[in-house]
Structure formats: structure tokens, C-alpha cells
Design a protein around this ligand. Structure first.
Ligand code: ZN
Length: 197
């Protein structure tokens, strides 16, 4: 519809989540009209992120080195580990300011229909951490979905042992949604009211 390079950017932008073809068009023309340096900053931010961001070797959060900022923080409580599906869920829990432990990112939730079994998630890495880090409680903060529930049940079944509590966020979270649909207050309360599973 538009000149080749313009259409190419519109096509790329409209593949992003939440961006329809109208928005993609508006963004592309915006980037065409602003100062070249402003547009190039966006392009190098994307390139830098993809080239520099790694996974934390301990918890699999996003990191810019071997360990993420949370794992590098010595004031955090090693005994408490919050298990989440995705790195962006960490931000949601952090915003509540109710949690001072560490995290473990599974990389998704169990979903047999989509071919995601225990082997596709970072359970083995979690098991190794349990053996070596003196963890006393796993707080399962998977999404309140069918897959998130199944994952929480799997963790309770496979990981519970003497000296390890496995808890889950209290109900009250919007069912069927992602963790980040919950506001800080609701999630903070769910964290405080967590119960054994
Ligand atoms: Zn980490």
C-alpha cells in the first residue's frame, strides 16, 4: 500500500501485541516525521536489548550479566522463593512491596494441549536450587488460569518435602487472567494471605 520501506515497518509494527494496522501506520509515519536521531534511538534500543540482555543463571529473570539485579541483592531472603511463569511477573510481585525473597522463572505453565510438559519448564533447575540454597518456602505465583493451577498442583506434588513449605497466593485474584491484571493492593493481600497447597 505504501512505499516499500514504509510498508515494511508498518508490517513489523502490526505484528506487535496490541498494535492494530491503524496504530502501526500512525507509528510508522510518526517515526518518519521526527528527527532522524530520535527514530534511530528506538532502533538501537531494540538492537541493544536483543544483544545485551541475557537470562539470570540462577533464577532465569532477564539480566545484563550472569545474575539479575534481584539475585545480586545481598539483602534478599534466600529462604523464600517466589515461582512465576514469566520474567514480567516478577515486576508485578515487586510492585506490591510485600516480598523480599528471591524468584524462579519457570518459562511458562504446564499445558498438555500445547505440548508443554514438565520437561519444557525449568523444574530441574528449581530442584537443583532446592538442594543447594537452603530454601524453606516456595510461593507459587502462577497465573490464575487452568494452566497456572495445574502447574501449582504439580509443584505441590513433586516438590513438597520435610522442611519445605509450598504455598500459593490467596484467592481473590481475577480468575482466568494474567497476574498483571491484578492491582498491587489485591496482589499484595494475596501474597500475605497465601496458603499451603
Ligand atoms: Zn536472578
Amino acid at each position: 500500500m505504501f512505499e516499500g520501506p514504509v510498508q515494511r515497518l508498518i508490517d513489523e509494527l502490526s505484528r506487535l501485541p496490541g498494535i492494530g494496522s491503524k496504530s502501526a501506520q500512525r507509528l510508522a509515519f510518526h517515526l518518519l516525521m521526527v528527527e532522524e536521531a530520535d527514530a534511530m534511538r528506538l532502533s538501537s534500543a531494540i538492537r541493544d536489548m536483543r544483544e545485551q540482555v541475557t537470562r539470570c543463571e540462577r533464577c532465569f529473570n532477564v539480566a545484563a550479566g550472569e545474575l539479575c539485579a534481584i539475585c545480586r541483592d545481598v539483602r534478599r531472603d534466600d529462604a523464600l522463593v517466589c515461582v512465576v511463569e514469566r520474567p514480567q511477573d516478577i515486576v508485578v510481585v515487586e510492585r506490591t512491596q510485600e516480598f523480599r525473597g528471591r524468584y524462579h522463572v519457570l518459562g511458562g505453565a504446564l499445558s498438555p494441549i500445547n505440548g508443554i510438559g514438565p520437561g519444557q519448564l525449568r523444574f530441574e533447575e528449581l530442584r537443583q536450587r532446592l538442594d543447594s540454597e537452603g530454601i524453606q518456602e516456595l510461593i507459587v505465583a502462577t497465573n490464575p488460569t487452568v494452566e497456572g493451577d495445574a502447574t501449582a498442583m504439580y509443584i505441590a506434588r513433586e516438590f513438597k518435602k520435610d522442611g519445605l513449605r509450598v504455598t500459593r497466593l490467596a484467592s481473590g485474584l481475577p480468575v482466568g487472567g494474567d497476574l498483571d491484571y491484578a492491582d498491587e493492593l489485591t496482589l499484595g493481600r494475596a501474597l500475605i494471605g497465601r496458603s499451603e497447597i
